[in-house]
Design a protein around this ligand. Structure first.
Ligand code: GLN
Length: 261
């Protein structure tokens, strides 16, 4: 009897959760109703230490996941994060399925034609990862005519395509790129420096090295729909507050230690 009741309750709870999840991803985000208490966030959760899934944790982990939750808190909105492939993020924002993108997204002119960016919150840039035993590639100049793996839709993909005679493989995630390198399918992976460094240090991957040379300097920004300046202001105000009250520094230190900003 009691067992049955528990089962009914559990089913009801799952039902309620489903409804909540659906509203989170669907019509009830701030983009669609002009100011509900939800902030629908899109992120390509494949970019440690910025966003990744840890099977021991039920929530997405990473610097940007903490940052956007704190931003949501400042804004008084409940943060709902949807995992969307990197090249699908801007289309999802334009379709108003999400309110903001936080995904290690570099602020650049091409994207500024489609979305508005918050103030920059992280300085990054591109580096490469190659086989540890590869002595012929010492700098980006040496990648001419080589095979390079990059994540699709990224600044790395653009840069790789501009290297003379390079054969560029555009894969879905950085993890796919690293796998391709390990399998000998490419000579190098071009990707964001902190992600390359984190991959080598934390995943305990051996046999590859990341070169210190930076091809570009890039700033990450939170993307908001162009026709939503009110939301952009809210995001920037929250970000500013987190810088002032020390919360940004706390989150930064949690993920990057004493590394300079
Ligand atoms: N910073 C790079 C870009 O904006 C890569 C981002 C990512 O893969 N998440 O294209």
């Amino acid at each position: 009897m009691f067992g049955k009741l528990k089962k009914i309750l559990a089913t009801a709870t799952i039902g309620a959760m489903t409804v909540l999840t659906l509203t989170g991803c669907g019509g009830d985000n701030a983009a669609k109703d002009g100011g509900s208490k939800t902030l629908a966030v899109g992120s390509s959760v494949d970019f440690a230490p910025f966003e990744f899934q840890d099977e021991k944790e039920k929530e997405y982990q990473g610097f940007e996941m903490d940052l956007i939750r704190s931003i949501g808190k400042e804004m008084g909105r409940e943060v709902k994060i949807s995992n969307i492939g990197f090249d699908g993020l801007i289309p999802a924002l334009q379709a108003k399925n999400i309110d903001v993108i936080i995904s290690g997204m570099t602020i650049n002119d091409e994207r500024k034609e489609k979305v508005a960016f918050s103030d920059p919150y992280y300085k990054s840039g591109l580096t490469m990862v190659i086989d540890e035993k590869n002595d012929s590639v010492k700098s980006f100049k040496d990648l001419e005519g080589k095979k390079i793996a990059v994540q699709i839709g990224t600044t790395s993909a653009n840069e790789a395509k501009s290297i003379k005679d390079a054969e560029v493989k555009e894969l879905n995630t950085p993890a796919d790129c690293f796998m391709e390198l390990k399998a000998g399918g490419v000579d190098a992976v071009i990707n964001d420096r902190p992600v390359n460094d984190y991959f080598i240090v934390t995943s305990g991957t051996t046999g590859v090295k990341s070169l210190p040379e930076m091809l570009t300097a890039e700033d990450y920004g939170i993307a908001v729909a162009k026709d939503n300046p009110e939301l952009l202001k809210e995001v920037n105000d929250a970000l500013k507050k987190l810088h002032e009250n020390g919360e940004y520094d706390k989150i930064h230190e949690k993920w990057f230690g004493k590394e300079t900003k």
